[in-house]
Design a protein around this ligand. Structure first.
Ligand code: RM4
Ligand code: MN
Length: 388
């Protein structure tokens, strides 16, 4: 796609969803560094997310995590978000921070614990009904640490049973996204460790069960764009959790560690025509800003995704196909690299101007005074963070 108007239209319609937890305090198991001005409740998280949308124009949804974002009135939260110009997106479940889940949640050997976990997942669907969310995202910390600790196969049966119960409860138009992760917190087996496991469960469930690809959840060196291409072909790519990593699940800003990988992933998405809303792929960030300021970190991440997407849209598809069919190895590679090596920042600045947005959202936010305002206003109360 080299017609610049078409490229710009595609970029205008490419929406990126923000994670509520990126606005709260976070850290490693060694230390959480608190930052001034951090939101103290989900309403303030929505206010901060609205800022990211205000300056980028392409981040109109906020994903929530339950119980981190538990409120008495979810309709009120959705209405509050709406007043800020955004809406509530994916509802993320959390079955990993309760003492009962020491040996797992939906895969736990004790049916009582499994029932508790399923009840939480069903509560999440109720929340989706109240907020108007489309997607329920499931990530399970379930697994084992030692060979022989539990029965690998029996745990899969327990998982399938729990997923079935939740799938049955989904309302019309709602979907279930099953996220995989190689390891951590479990070190020997993980019950949903890879895309194959996730896909098998989704296929057993039905069309509205889809795979979520978190870009930080693979072994080093795994070719993620290959997985993306296959899931797109199977019609089962439900969404991304974008972030970048140097070692494991680092949750750093997307495009920071390997912008070329992000481009290659988005090239597969663009080729499959799955960039816009009709493609059914949720492009979410799943990141933590442990040492950098949070709202600017989110703005930078959105811009990084936009830059990689713009480059993917600039790939000369005809020239690429031609070179591939002719077996022109170097020519085909050059077509891809030409697009990747294009400086798309002027194009994006122009696009933002056309959309009535600042040419540089990052700078515009810094100059806006919002950071100083929340630091002055948000005094007292408990800053949001993991478990708060
Ligand atoms: C997990 C996974 C989930 C996210 C939690 C916080 O590793 O990536 O998507 O909700 O972390
Ligand atoms: Mn994730």
């Amino acid at each position: 796609m080299r017609d610049l108007t078409a490229v710009k239209d595609a970029l205008k319609n490419h929406q990126i969803e923000l994670p509520s937890w990126a606005f709260g305090n976070s850290g490693t198991r060694f230390k959480v560094f608190g930052q001034p001005g951090v939101p103290r409740n989900p309403f303030e998280k929505a206010d901060d997310a609205a800022q990211v949308h205000k300056y980028t124009g392409v981040a109109p949804r906020l994903a929530i995590h339950i119980p981190w974002d538990k409120v008495d009135d979810y309709e009120a939260l959705a209405a509050h978000a709406k007043r800020g110009g955004i809406s509530i997106g994916t509802v993320n479940s959390n079955t990993f921070q309760d003492d009962d889940y020491r040996l797992g949640s939906v895969c736990h050997p004790d049916p009582k614990v499994r029932r508790k976990a399923v009840a939480h997942l069903l509560d999440c669907v109720d929340i989706m009904d109240a907020t108007g969310s489309r997607d329920l995202k499931l990530w399970f910390a379930d697994g084992t640490n030692y060979p022989g600790q539990d029965d690998i196969s029996a745990r899969q049966d327990r998982l399938a049973e729990a997923l079935q119960a939740v799938y049955q409860r989904l309302g019309e138009g709602q979907r279930m996204l099953l996220e995989y992760k190689l390891f951590e917190p479990s070190f020997y087996t993980t019950d949903v460790p890879d895309w194959g496991t996730s896909l098998l469960h989704c296929q057993a469930l039905g069309e509205r069960a889809m795979v979520c690809v978190d870009t930080g959840h693979h072994a080093p060196g795994v070719n993620i764009e290959f997985i993306v291409a296959l899931l797109l072909k199977a019609g089962r790519l439900g969404g991304f959790d974008f972030n970048s990593r140097f070692y494991a699940d680092d949750d750093l800003m997307v495009g920071a560690a390997d912008p070329f990988q992000l481009f290659r992933i988005l090239h597969e998405v663009v080729k499959a025509g799955a960039l816009g809303a009709a493609g059914g792929v949720t492009f979410m960030l799943d990141q933590c800003h442990n040492i950098e300021p949070k709202i600017p970190g989110q703005i930078r991440s959105v811009m990084n995704v936009q830059e990689a997407t713009a480059k993917a849209l600039l790939v000369d598809a005809d020239a690429l196909r031609q070179a591939q069919l002719e077996g022109d190895v170097l020519g085909a590679n050059a077509v891809l690299m030409d697009a990747y090596n294009t400086d798309v920042r002027p194009l994006l600045a122009e696009l933002r101007q056309e959309m009535g947005l600042p040419r540089d959202p990052y700078r515009a936010y810094l100059d806006s005074g919002y950071a100083e305002k929340i630091i002055a206003e948000r005094v007292g109360g408990t800053a949001a963070g993991w478990g708060a």
